[in-house]
Design a binder for this molecule. Structure first.
Ligand code: ZN
Ligand code: ZN
Ligand code: ZN
Length: 272
């Protein structure tokens, strides 16, 4: 991890694309006939959770290599990834890692990946063929470099603040970029992290469903977090089929809505 420059210049415009807003099964769920899974509203189709952040002339950053990475890259014509940040190493957030091969071929270089030490350990185990070398070259393996997150860091001058969160008993990272934070897969924000999300204007926040869950916020719990952080706009993510898009949106307070796959919005990233 390179220590970043400490002087932060004026923020720059950046764009976030929600590549996937579903829970780990994706929506529709295999074999499910519920009204959300059978809905004709495209916003009810949710791939596995991931976002893409473009900071023009600086970097394109992917958060998590979701199971559906290939489909997400094709849908949004993503042809460049300068870095990958991992929130944690659950299957839905890492299983697309093999698809980074395509970007290696396009870019001709390894892709730097950033994660906690715990997440890197899991990723190295799950993808042992990447890190220990394959039996034979075959279709090739992703070329990545691993960087342990240990506090605020910079990618091509873009300031990234890791926000420690609790995902059940698992410590994971959310990430803040200037006036925006992406807080997925969490059911508790530790005391020391509230200060890190102060002044956020645009928030993406986990809200699994209405029923309580051991590792994710419910909609009601997410709304309590929204009240405390008080962003201008909040998009909820990582939803199960219990939350149909249109009907759920209709009962959310002003300034809060469900994210959907393909949603694009602008943020201001801090740069050095
Ligand atoms: Zn369903
Ligand atoms: Zn998870
Ligand atoms: Zn997840």
């Amino acid at each position: 991890m390179r220590p970043g420059p400490s002087v932060v210049k004026a923020p720059v415009a950046a764009r976030v694309t929600m590549l996937g807003t579903g829970t780990s099964h994706g929506i529709p769920m295999i074999g499910c006939n519920c009204s959300t899974c059978r809905s004709s509203d495209l916003r009810d189709r949710r791939l596995r959770p991931s976002i893409y952040i473009e900071v023009p002339e600086r970097a394109r950053i992917l958060i998590d290599t979701a199971t559906d990475l290939r489909q997400q890259a094709l849908r949004h014509e993503i042809a460049r990834i300068d870095a990958v940040l991992f929130t944690h190493a659950h299957a839905d957030h890492i299983l697309g890692l093999d698809d980074l091969r395509s970007f290696n071929a396009l870019q001709g270089s390894p892709i730097p990946c950033y994660a906690s030490r715990e997440s890197l350990d899991v990723i190295r185990r799950q993808f042992s063929y990447v890190f220990e070398g394959p039996m034979q070259i075959g279709g090739g393996v992703p070329q990545v470099t691993t960087n342990e997150i240990a506090g605020t860091f910079f990618i091509r001058g873009i300031k990234i603040v890791p926000v420690p969160l609790w995902h059940g008993r698992m410590p994971i990272f959310g990430f803040r970029f200037g006036n925006f934070a992406y807080l997925t897969d969490c059911n508790r924000i530790p005391d020391e992290s509230w200060g890190l999300v102060e002044g956020i204007e645009i928030l993406v926040l986990d809200a699994l469903r209405d029923q309580p869950h051991e590792t994710h916020f419910t909609v009601a719990e997410a709304l309590e977090v929204v009240q405390r952080i008080a962003p201008r706009r909040t998009y909820l993510t990582h939803m199960t089929h219990d939350l149909p898009h249109a009907r759920t949106n209709a009962r959310l307070p002003e300034g809060v809505e469900l994210a959907y796959d393909g949603l694009v919005f602008d943020i201001e990233a801090d740069v050095a």
